[in-house]
Design a protein around this ligand. Sequence first.
Ligand SMILES: *[C@@H]1O[C@H](CO)[C@@H](O)[C@H](O)[C@H]1NC(C)=O
Ligand SMILES: [Ca+2]
Length: 325
Amino acid sequence: MQNLSKNPICFTLILILCLKTNAQTDHDSYMKREHSLVKPYQGAGIAIPFWDFYGSTMVSTNYVRLTADIQSRSGSLWNQVQCMVQNWELIVQFKVHGKGKELFGDGLALWYSKERMIPGPVFGSKDYFSGLAIILDTYSNHNGPHNHQHPYISAMVNNGSLSYDHDRDGTHTQLAGCEAKFRNVDYDTLISIRYENDVLTVSTDIENKNEWKQCFRVEGVKLPTGYYFGASATTGDLSDNHDIYAFRFYETSPTNVQNAVNRMSIIPEAALFEAPRPRTDDVKPGMSNIKIFFILLLGMIVAVAATIFGIMYYQQRKESSRKLW
Ligand SMILES: *[C@@H]1O[C@H](CO)[C@@H](O)[C@H](O)[C@H]1NC(C)=O
Ligand SMILES: [Ca+2]
């Protein structure tokens, strides 16, 4: 321990490791069947208990395919049971894959929303939604430079007043996000969405390491109880298979029934938006470092020149005043 405290970097590393372990998912908590979707799905492709599907969605033995790798498809999958759990974790096993090497899209969204089964432009679901969308965007619609790579995972909280802007890949309405290379890999890819005491934490397990990596954590997220879980995906000119393998829902701490009922009437809200959210191609590019360097250099030259002239002037005056005397 003495050695450790003498070595601050090592100590910090160990501290981070400890914190990470503590933050890791506690899978001993109880999986709630009414919000979960696990194999065997039952119903032989016709009906899955607690779940409805819409559009291009197809159920097979191993996965639910929201869209196939075909242009202009849209599909969704919705839980039938309102969520009255206050603190929860949802783990979704998914797979996004297709023929496209360079061009593929558009992506999928995981929902906790008031409305269900309503098709629309936000990855196959309704715009101006109420609730939470976790968006797994595989295609960058943005023509200008982005400040991140795709695929990209982001969160958006909406009270029904905001529109998801595809042209900006939703960057100016997102709470937070992270890059995530989940596409076309041949191992399992999972995302965890944790909502506890108004804190939203999204983590991924997409590197075949069997461990969670935090994507983002946002405090002050207000979500009501009584909304529905869902998943939707869409393809346009570009396509991909968007498959859901499992939804696993856990109640992470016991719910107080009265609180849960009271929370049904709150309006979705997020205290902290990611700041700043630049709309990059609208903004004139700022001064480049080279420009700043030259301006500083010019300033220095002017200052040096002024000093030299000043000294020369002073000496000349001294000399001329000497002559006068
Ligand atoms: C809904 O959200 C918008 C944008 O965040 C906000 O301006 C508005 O006040 C909110 N409305 C309600 C009723 O909370
Ligand atoms: Ca996009």
